[in-house]
Design a binder for this molecule. Structure first.
Ligand SMILES: [Zn+2]
Length: 56
């Protein structure tokens, strides 16, 4: 599996092995919310910014 790159800061972002498409992860480097838009190959895209959490 290739290591995806954060589109915001170009840091390598490790994703969980059981990651799913459309899953949101945070860049460990810049903290940006990233959406996994594809798994093969892995591609990340900045997630739309949200002002509020969707509830926990
Ligand atoms: Zn980043």
């Amino acid at each position: 599996m290739t290591t995806p790159i954060c589109p915001e800061c170009d840091a390598e972002v490790s994703i969980p092995q059981d990651a799913m498409e459309n899953e949101l992860i945070s860049c460990p480097d810049c903290g940006s919310e990233l959406e996994i838009i594809s798994l093969n190959p892995v591609e990340l895209e900045l997630a739309p910014e949200t002002e509020e959490d969707w509830g926990e």
